[in-house]
Ligand binder design. Sequence first.
Ligand code: NI
Ligand code: MN
Length: 226
Amino acid sequence: MKLTYYGHGCFAVEIAGKTVLFDPFITGNPLAGNIDVNKIGADYIFISHGHGDHIADLISIAKRTGATCVAGYEIANWLMKEGIEKVHPMNYGSPVSFDFGKVRGVNAIHSSSFPDGTYAGNPLGFLFTTARGNFYYSGDTALTLDMQLIPAWAKLDFAVLPIGGNFTMDPADAIIAAGFTKCSKVVGVHYNTFDIIAIDTDKAVSDFATAGKELLLPAIGETVEI
Ligand code: NI
Ligand code: MN
């Protein structure tokens, strides 16, 4: 699979010819000035929760691309009210089938409201199981024992985890999460966008290596084969 990082919690994975985009936040990201939001493609957009740093460019990309938006029930309802026609609501529960594979909504220890403060349901993480490989995007979350369920469902090829701390896991907790999920390859996201989530990336990479794990930190706009 190919993964393209767009900064913060936004990335896309190519699966079986489909582009699956996550948590679009380009406008307002001071580090993503090199990304043209109007050139980002998507067949699907998965939204972990309603915070502005995960949905800022959601409506515009969804309208331009005609992508199917997949999110928790409350965010799905909001998208339909915003005029997005292809919406798939889900929640914590069983795997949901799409044409690229299956996705399960899993627990995330966070909060979820829209930028205007209204309720956006529970935050979700997503576990993807496909013929091309399996991966877990935790969304914004603290470390949680529920991550130990992931290997009961799938053997991961990689995980995408927040490492910026303050609102989410920091690198030390993400190393523990990699252990809980039995995953040796982690793509770190949700760091350095703002001062409050700034980290020492060299130390994070070496701490992962010491723990026998690989931390990938693609540059914003970079595509990696994973
Ligand atoms: Ni958040
Ligand atoms: Mn966030």
